[in-house]
Design a protein around this ligand. Structure first.
Ligand code: NI
Length: 154
């Protein structure tokens, strides 16, 4: 496993639409393992492949609960409900935080690293993280969805 460089705002890779994963092979597994190590090293709650320069529909979420790391390949939001207006940040946008309007609850359909389909639902922070990471796969940064920027408390 290896820690990969996280691309920062301004890098054109972050604005590109990613292509679906077609091969659930060793290369994908290495990417996922590296992304997990990179996410934990950066102390974040989610990371998408384009943030490490790979334009494929792969992202991971780990909000520190019992689910541990959730690996999402070719994820699609199939259900969403409610609203939450809460703070948000991104490992690619250091020092920037803002309030966004996200669904309170979402259900995501995706594949695991071996190509098996599954569905997972999340509320609150997990729902927000799913939405944020899946947006990355379409070249969308949370900055474009911020209602109001704020300075974090030190
Ligand atoms: Ni992000």
């Amino acid at each position: 496993m290896a820690i990969r460089e996280i691309l920062k705002e301004g890098d054109e890779f972050l604005l590109k639409k990613c292509r679906p994963v077609e091969k659930f092979d060793e290369k994908l597994h290495i990417l996922l393992d590296d992304m997990i190590e990179t996410l934990h090293d950066a102390d974040g709650v989610g990371l998408a492949a384009p943030q490490v320069g790979v334009l494929r529909r792969v992202c991971i979420v780990d909000i520190g609960d019992a689910d541990g790391v959730i690996e999402l390949i070719n994820p699609v939001i199939v259900k969403s409900s409610g609203h939450q207006r809460t703070g948000e940040g991104c490992l690619s946008c250091p020092g920037k935080y803002g309030i966004t309007d996200r669904p309170k609850k979402v259900t995501v359909r995706a594949f695991d690293r071996n190509g098996n389909p599954f569905e997972i639902s999340g509320e609150d922070l997990k729902a927000k993280a799913f939405c944020h990471e899946i947006d990355h796969l379409d070249g969308i940064l949370f900055l474009t969805k911020v209602i109001e920027f704020y300075e974090p408390e030190k």
